[in-house]
Structure formats: C-alpha cells, structure tokens
Write a protein that binds this ligand. Structure first.
Ligand SMILES: Nc1nc2c(ncn2[C@@H]2O[C@H](COP(=O)(O)OP(=O)(O)OP(=O)(O)O)[C@@H](O)[C@H]2O)c(=O)[nH]1
Ligand SMILES: [Mg+2]
Length: 198
C-alpha cells in the first residue's frame, strides 16, 4: 500500500513556455469542480495543499507540484478545469488555449489523469476531451471521482456504464473518493509507476 505522496507546491505558471525543465510529468485533467485539487490533497494526505472550492473555477493557472524529494523533477500538475460556464467567454478561451498548449507542447508530459465525476458520469464535454487527448496521443488514465456520492446499490452498474461510455474496460477506470480515501492508495501507486518514481 502506497502511503501519502510527498508533494511540494513549486509555483503557478501562466504558459507552457514559462515552465522550467522537469523529467517526467503527469497532468490532472477534468471538468471544473470534478475534484482535481481535492485529489492532490488526498494523495498527499494534507488538507490545504491545493486550494479547493465549492464554486467552480478555483484553479486558474498551471500549478506544479513536485512528487517525492526536492529536485526529483517528477511533477504532478493541477490544471484549471474546463467547462465552467460562469467565467467570461474571453477568460474561457484564454484557459483553453493555455491548457491546449500545455498538453500539446510539454515535452516531459507522460500522461493525463483524466478525472470524471463518478456521480454524474462522463459529460459530452468530457467525451470531447477524451477524443482530443487521444488525438494528441497522450496516454490517459481514467479516474472516477466522488465515489462516495454513488449509492452502493448502484455502484456496480455505474462502473460498467462509465467505462462503456469512455470506451474502455471496467477495470481501466480507477474509482476514488478524496473525501473517504477510497482508491487513493491504488492511485498513488499508479502515479509513482507512471512517473518512474518507485
Ligand atoms: N463528496 C465528495 N465531494 C468531493 C470529492 N472531491 C471533491 N469534492 C468536492 O467537489 C468540489 C470541487 O472540488 P475541487 O477539488 O475544488 O475541484 P477542481 O476540479 O479542482 O475544480 P476547479 O479548480 O474549479 O477546476 C468541492 O466542494 C469538494 O469538496 C469527493 O471525493 N467526494
Ligand atoms: Mg482546482
């Protein structure tokens, strides 16, 4: 079982070109409010490492967290969520350009952890994003969040449904709850393996 990840917040960046060198990097991708920042806190077992909020749009920049020791050059990136309707069109466009450039151009990026709200299931925008990530050729690890919000009687059916919509096998979606800690050990192990940090 993987214990809490040692995560250190490095800095926030506005553009991919401003990012310094890293060796291997993983990005948390997902709709605004899906639970990306909460997951960072859950992985580190710290409450206030990443800023979370009930109001979507809490994360507005590319936030770099170092995984493991100082200068491990293995990073986990907390990114702004997509699909937050309440910010202006201009602001949304700015974010999507920033995200797109980052995901397409970051050389050390080894994959995306694509978060899907387990209680809601994949939205049309999630599925568009999956298509786009597949086109870019970025390996995707699917993580269904907020597992605690799915009634236990519905869980099995929901797992199959979510996987089917994403076009993967049931076992290819990792179900987690940042609130209850479900699946977090497994996700830590997956992250360490992908970052070659074990
Ligand atoms: N029940 C439950 N709620 C959760 C869980 N994870 C996150 N939330 C709630 O979902 C809301 C959004 O969480 P964030 O972690 O801020 O979401 P985000 O994806 O970082 O959002 P943006 O920064 O806006 O893109 C908060 O109110 C969290 O408390 C979970 O595992 N279970
Ligand atoms: Mg956030």
């Amino acid at each position: 079982m993987a214990g809490p990840l040692k995560l250190t917040f490095l800095r926030s960046y506005t553009t991919v070109t401003a990012l310094p060198h890293s060796h291997r990097e993983l990005a948390l991708v997902g709709r605004s409010n899906v639970g990306k920042s909460s997951l960072i806190n859950g992985l580190a077992k710290r409450k206030k490492l990443a800023k979370t909020s009930k109001t979507p749009g809490a994360t507005r920049l590319l936030n770099a967290y170092e995984v493991g020791g100082e200068n491990s050059l293995r990073w986990l990136m907390d990114l702004p969520g997509y699909g937050y309707a309440k910010v202006s069109k201009a602001e949304q466009a700015k974010w999507s350009v920033m995200l797109g450039e980052y995901l397409e151009q970051r050389d050390s990026l080894v994959g995306a952890l694509h978060l899907i709200d387990g209680a809601v299931g994949p939205t049309a925008l999630d599925l568009d994003t999956v298509d786009w990530l597949r086109e870019v050729g970025l390996p995707i690890t699917f993580v269904a969040t907020k597992a605690d919000k799915v009634k236990s009687s519905l869980r099995s059916k929901r797992r199959s449904e979510v996987a089917r919509k994403l076009g993967v096998e049931r076992g290819d979606v990792l179900w987690v709850s940042a609130e209850k800690g479900t699946g977090i050990h497994e996700l830590r192990a997956v992250i360490l393996t992908l970052l070659d940090a074990t």
